[in-house]
Design a protein. Structure first.
Ligand SMILES: Nc1ncnc2c1ncn2[C@@H]1O[C@H](COP(=O)(O)OP(=O)(O)O)[C@@H](O)[C@H]1O
Ligand SMILES: [Mg+2]
Length: 507
């Protein structure tokens, strides 16, 4: 007898429906799995047999063939255990399989309990778009799957309980719809701008960066507060919308990094990998490709502290997602995979190896050649991708011991949100999300400047020896500064502030 059950495969962040066909035929007892299974899927046969017998069910003593279709799609992981087990029980006439509008996903342990698998959210999204109406997943994964609207999600504890459900003996109550989505608790962030003393210039630069999504490089001596400033960044960015939160959660689901207490990630990601991180760890990859830090920072902040210490090859591969594409493509033997990587880059560095080059108080002990070699570790094209270059000088004693608090992050965030709202309207119907994403055509359309502004730009172009790219960057940044001031037109002061954020020294 032949039985069919549907389940789901995962390719990068995308799901794909897989049909599990089980045939029970007379012959020597055996189980063969065909359809490009990898080693973990092949091992499924052992887990399935034990799980079936240990659940008090009958494992057919017959020649079993399991076909995973489509046959040309590589099958990885352990999520096929549960559908294979249900297929075997159906083919041996112990139950009726669920109808063709249901997906079954789950790993089995030997005692028949159902375990967590990665990537349930993208699988559930796919199921919804393919017209599937019911989903059977482990109880642990059920809240995550239930984030997708319009699906009935059944939390399954064990093979035994699923069998009782399908036999109509004991029905599993479906999971509540869309848990956590309406929880309007404000996310809290560890560092508030009001606790950072002085550094008004750097704080303003971060506000502009947050308002327009501009990549930012901070340069300054050790202990000036660069790391502290970067950590305050998520707190001044707008809260994630539900769609953005689902986007972020998809990535974390595939990376198996969802926190156990909540199905939905509501905090803007802040990723701060150490400079010893591997290439694959930063951009993604590995034998079973996992999203790298740049994808884990999707819709949030990637903070690269001590930028020159990072492997230069890895830094150069950041250039593609930093501009235009906003995603990363990982090629491997079986075709390319794409992960989203729309992040804001914040980087920090000392001006030289000892850290005090240009410091008014402490003398720098590095020779000129050492300083320039250090600064040359960041290539020109990469440096050029930072819209904002900001110097973070040491804070003097009086400022540091000042008891008065600065402006809280929440107040800054309000201005940022207003500026972002304007951009949302400006870019409605396009794929652009912020001013930093504008290409030359949009710059022409939205960044007109008056005569006074033009002459200021002409002078700056000559004095700072700016490239065409730098010229566009200034216009985009001036647009953001004008947005923060709720100004329809870009005025000369907006341009003047934008020009300030170009690197002063030729690095
Ligand atoms: N502007 C500041 N306001 C308050 N504390 C500061 C400030 N700058 C530095 N600090 C203190 O010094 C520590 C080191 O700062 P950090 O941000 O790590 O400096 P950097 O990254 O520039 O080397 C912080 O943890 C904080 O205690
Ligand atoms: Mg630091």
């Amino acid at each position: 007898m032949l039985a069919k059950v549907l389940t789901c495969a995962l390719i990068g962040l995308e799901g794909a429906i897989v049909e599990v066909e089980v045939d029970v035929a007379r012959g020597l007892p055996s189980l063969t799995i065909v359809g490009l299974p990898n080693a973990t899927v092949k091992e499924s046969s052992e887990r399935v047999r034990s799980a079936i017998t240990n659940s008090g069910l009958r494992y057919p003593l017959a020649r079993l063939t399991v076909n995973l279709a489509p046959a040309d799609l590589r099958k990885e992981g352990s999520a096929y255990d549960l559908p294979i087990a249900v297929g075997i029980l159906a083919a041996s006439e112990q139950l009726f399989p669920p109808d063709e509008r249901a997906l079954i996903i789950g790993e089995l342990s030997l005692d028949g309990s159902v375990r967590h698998v990665n990537g349930v959210l993208p699988m559930a999204s796919l199921a919804r778009s393919e017209g599937i109406t019911a989903l059977y997943v482990s109880s642990q994964d059920a809240p995550e799957a239930a984030l997708v609207e319009g699906l009935t999600v059944y939390p399954v504890d064990s093979l035994r309980s699923l069998v009782s459900h399908l036999q109509g003996l004991e029905v599993i109550p479906p999971c509540d719809l869309r848990p956590g989505l309406d929880a309007d608790a404000e996310p809290s962030y560890e560092i508030d701008l009001q606790d950072i003393k002085g550094q008004e210039h750097a704080k303003r630069a971060l506000e502009v960066a947050a308002a327009g999504g501009h990549h930012t490089l901070m340069v300054g001596p050790p202990g000036a507060g660069k790391t502290l400033l970067a950590r305050a960044m998520p707190g001044i960015l707008p809260h994630l919308t539900v769609e953005e939160a689902l986007d972020v959660t998809r990535v974390y689901s595939v990376a198996d990094m969802l926190p156990s207490d909540t199905p939905l990630i509501r905090h803007r990601p802040f990723r701060a990998p150490h400079h010893t991180i591997s290439h694959a760890g930063l951009v993604g990859g590995g034998r079973w490709p996992r999203p790298g830090e740049i994808s884990l920072a999707h819709r949030g902040v990637l903070f690269l502290d001590e930028l020159p210490e990072f492997d230069s090859r890895s830094l150069e591969t950041l250039r593609q997602p930093l501009e235009g594409q906003r995603q990363v493509t990982i090629s491997r033997a079986l075709g390319a995979l794409t992960f989203p990587a729309n992040f804001m880059l914040i980087a920090a560095m000392n001006p030289c190896p000892c850290g005090y080059y240009g410091d008014p108080v402490r003398e720098c002990t590095c020779s000129t050649s050492v300083v320039s070699r250090y600064q040359r570790r960041i290539s020109g094209p990469l440096l050029d991708r930072f819209d904002i270059h900001v110097e973070v000088p040491r804070v003097d004693y009086d400022k540091l011991t000042d008891e008065r608090l600065g402006e809280p992050s929440a107040a800054v965030r309000e201005r940022v949100e207003a500026a972002r709202e304007g951009q949302r309207q400006r870019f409605a119907g396009t794929s652009l999300t912020s001013n930093a994403d504008m290409g030359p055509a949009e710059v022409r359309q939205f960044c007109a400047v008056d005569e006074g502004g033009k002459s200021l730009l002409r002078a700056a172009m000559q004095q700072l020896q700016m490239s065409a790219r730098a010229y566009h960057r200034i216009l985009k940044m001036a647009r953001t500064i004008a947005d923060l001031a709720s100004s329809e037109c870009i005025e000369t002061p907006h341009l003047a502030e934008a020009i300030q954020y170009r690197p002063r020294r030729q690095m």
